[in-house]
Ligand binder design. Sequence first.
Ligand code: PMT
Length: 396
Amino acid sequence: MLKGKHIILGISGGIAAYKSVHLLRLLRKAGAEVQVVITPAGKEFITPVTLSSLSGKPVISEFFTANTGQWNSHVDLGLWADAMVIAPATACTLAKMATGVADNMLVTTYLSAKAKVFAAPAMDLDMYRHPSTARNLDTLRADGVTLIEPAEGYLASGLTGKGRMEEPEEIVKVIEAWMDASASLKGKKILVTAGPTHENIDPVRFIGNYSSGKMGYALAGECAARGAEVCLVSGPVSLPVPDGDIRRIEVTSAAEMHAACLREFPGMDAAIMCAAVADYAPAVCSDSKIKRETTGEITLRLVPNPDIAASLGAIKTPEQKLIGFALETDNEHANALSKLRRKNLDFIVLNSLRDPLAGFGKDTNKVTVIAATGEEKSFPAKSKTLVAADIIDFTL
Ligand code: PMT
């Protein structure tokens, strides 16, 4: 999996830096091109000569190369890499990464990296369990960094406990597993719907809901990160398109979302229906703003919108997978099952508005995924990015 891959090996100043030499050798042996970026403190533990001999590239440490004045572009490096692994990641480097303190080449490169980032913490046990380190690790996890947990054992301080950098062989396994997963949807085309729909009452008012689009965009981003070509049909949200091969089609109403999905679905391998589609729209949309002074009391007549998921369920081929969501407040499981059958879905992702960590607008979600075959799996509350990964692992 690592053959021909570009990997940045970031080394910060801890005694475990001696193990980075072995990590570098393993990465090179596996066929990866490795660029070492080392902090000034890292050079106190391991020499650039050793690292450049093994990597076959000059080691980068400073913003400028002293004798030539050449600028080392962290932006170009960040774009070059398929993955960045920071091993060892000291408490100081983790804190700088979590807070964006870009005062050395390693952290600046991290901030510019478009690629997947792994960090293997290494420090004394008390530093590792300090609430400040724990907070920084939580921030980095939420930012999408994969932390390779330190092992328990004998530490440089003479104490024994958790803080030893994980062995290089294990670090390579984690990177390889990620590379494997990141190619798992290569060649697949996936439709994702996200966000709310707005059903206009007049030129200034609409019926809508609280969907922010975060869950759907996380799914689109995760599918793209795994190599899929994604068509994201999005209701009105204020989120940027995630990185990767994602074509966004912006729609406003359920009718527009319905038309876009019917058009796109035949070319897709799967569709994930995460949008919170309004079930009703006003029968008539006024051309001009309705004035309270002249209109007085009004009654809105609402007509049902098309059921987009059910329309796709009616035309799907045996090769296509259709995944729906169920947002419930009562009888959650029974309602989700009934939607799964009624809409002819292959899977349904149940989230409940009764759960404080799930639902609209939150950065987290807590889901149970139910398959048409009867198999099901419940996941604990996690960031929507990690929930997206769980859903994809279970369904695609
Ligand atoms: O966007 P966020 O703020 O991150 O919030 C995420 C979410 C709560 C919106 C998301 O996790 C979620 O639950 N989405 C589905 C919301 C919903 O409309 O659920 P439902 O149970 O009403 O609909 C069931 C399924 O049918 C859904 O897949 C829905 O997309 C689809 N549907 C519903 C109505 C309709 N007219 N057409 C549809 O296709």
